[in-house]
Write a protein that binds this ligand. Structure first.
Ligand code: PMP
Length: 448
């Protein structure tokens, strides 16, 4: 008998029944039972008791091998002794002051030393705020108002960027043709008056993007992109596409922003170091705080100076918080290039092995991504090539994808099941990687 979504959902619900109860109880006080829409995919979220190294333990007492890592944040896994030590040190000193602490400058220095394009940097509490601040800096620097983003790009939950993260496939009625895209709001509540402030462009289609950028150049403050997307489906931008965007933005005096909130983890100098392309501004978050809330934007000194002169106001009660910065310093000090490379190779092994397997079997499964992030999409038919979020939305078989993801979890491996992605952390052993591959193969054989 084929493995179906009904069977997978039933097994998931039986295994995580205590979580179902907690989720149900929480809805009395929290709409939907939790404050992150993204964790509410499937029958219910899985509540966690604790995390250690590459594993989490759920409230039911099940140990799951973590291929989720809080949406890529936990590069060193859970409860890393050095991060823990840094947090304890801060706690012993007190943790909320209206004054700076030494940790903020230490983290700033590490980021400037690691990322060549980052000459100076400021902090905030989230990646969302980092992207918002980058847009403000770009507008102030250029004196222009509009921002261009790629379809499928996720830059947090603010009105500037909440457009066409998941263009509404398969007919794309609200988004137009990919060669002439129209921004479609990702959520109710995005002010209609802002339509037109954000311009959307197709991924990996340089000619169309260059045409759109030239047409809008006199109003365009910035182009923002993720070198490899996450929330909008895992698409890696082609290097010559990014190089083309770098050239045209430089020519036209438009600020180029790389959102490296996720992709920073791919190299000690961020994914931009792999591409060898320098943006004007870089947004960061997640890993740079060692698991404590953080965001940062850094880049060319001539832009960042606007914060120094006060022409651009930058403030927040918890900006540069000692806990986030101390944890970030401990995390990055231990997140070294050899470890990053080992993890990237493990990611490549998962993709290579599974790609070979699905190709041999002629299964309709696509694997995307480079480095320590892996995208796996179940598609309508085998052999499709996926180059943009529109391709994913057009060809993805959601039922099959959910079946695969729920089964992985029930069998002990926790992917980012809302997205059909996995992301690694350094404590994962080669045995863990092998176990993930074999389990994925078993599930696919039962599904197809
Ligand atoms: N940019 C990217 C690329 C992200 O993946 C995220 C978070 N998933 C953000 C920005 C927003 O970060 P945060 O959730 O910390 O606000």
């Amino acid at each position: 008998m084929k493995l179906t979504l009904d069977v997978a959902t039933k097994r998931f619900s039986e295994k995580f029944s205590a979580s179902a109860k907690l989720a149900q109880d929480a809805t009395k006080y929290i709409p939907g039972g939790g404050s992150r829409s993204i964790v509410k995919v499937g029958p219910h979220p899985i509540f966690v008791e604790n995390g250690e190294g590459a594993y989490i333990t759920t409230v039911e007492g099940h140990k799951l091998c973590d291929f989720h890592n809080n949406f890529s944040t936990n590069v060193l896994g859970h409860n890393h002794p050095e991060i823990r030590k840094a947090l304890e040190e801060v706690c012993n000193q007190g943790w909320s002051f209206g004054n700076p602490t030494k940790y903020e400058a230490q983290l700033a220095r590490i980021l400037c030393e690691r990322i060549e394009s980052v000459e100076r940097v400021v902090f905030m509490m989230s990646g969302t705020e980092a992207c918002m601040a980058s847009a403000t800096l770009a507008r102030a620097f250029t004196g222009k108002g509009k921002i261009a983003k790629l379809e499928g790009g996720y830059h947090g939950t603010s009105n500037d960027f909440w457009w066409s993260i998941h263009p509404d496939g398969p007919s794309f009625v609200n988004c137009g043709l990919s060669t002439n895209p129209k921004p479609s709001p990702e959520s109710l509540g995005v002010p209609e008056a802002l339509r037109g402030n954000t311009i959307t462009m197709p991924q990996n289609d340089l000619d169309t993007c260059v045409r759109i950028i030239r047409e809008n150049a006199k109003d365009l403050a910035a182009v923002i992109l993720e070198l490899q997307t996450g929330a909008g489906g895992l698409i890696t931008l082609e290097r010559n596409f990014v190089e083309g965007l770098r050239a045209v933005t430089r020519e036209l005096g438009i600020v180029l922003i790389f959102d490296e909130v996720i992709s920073f983890r791919m190299d000690e100098g961020g994914m931009q170091n792999i591409y060898d392309i320098k943006p004007d501004l870089t947004c960061m978050g997640k890993a740079i705080g060692g698991g404590i809330p953080i965001g940062a934007v850094g880049g060319l000194d001539e832009i960042m100076q606007l914060n120094e002169t006060g022409q651009v106001f930058h403030s927040g009660t918890h900006h540069g918080h000692a806990l986030s910065c101390a944890a970030g310093v401990a995390c990055l000090t231990n997140f070294t290039q050899p470890l990053i490379e080992k993890m990237n190779q493990q990611g490549q092994k998962i993709k290579n092995d599974l790609l070979q397997f699905v190709t041999e079997k002629n299964y309709p499964v696509n694997l995307t991504g480079i480095g320590s992030a892996i995208g796996f999409e179940m598609l309508d038919q085998a052999g499709r090539s996926i180059n943009s979020c529109r391709d994913i939305m057009t060809y993805c078989d959601d039922t099959a994808s959910q079946t695969f993801n729920f089964e992985l979890i029930t069998r002990g491996y926790l992917p980012m099941w809302s997205r059909g992605q996995a992301v690694l952390c350094t404590p994962l052993t080669d045995d863990n990687i092998g176990g993930f591959i074999e389990t994925a193969k078993e599930i696919l054989e039962e599904m197809y």
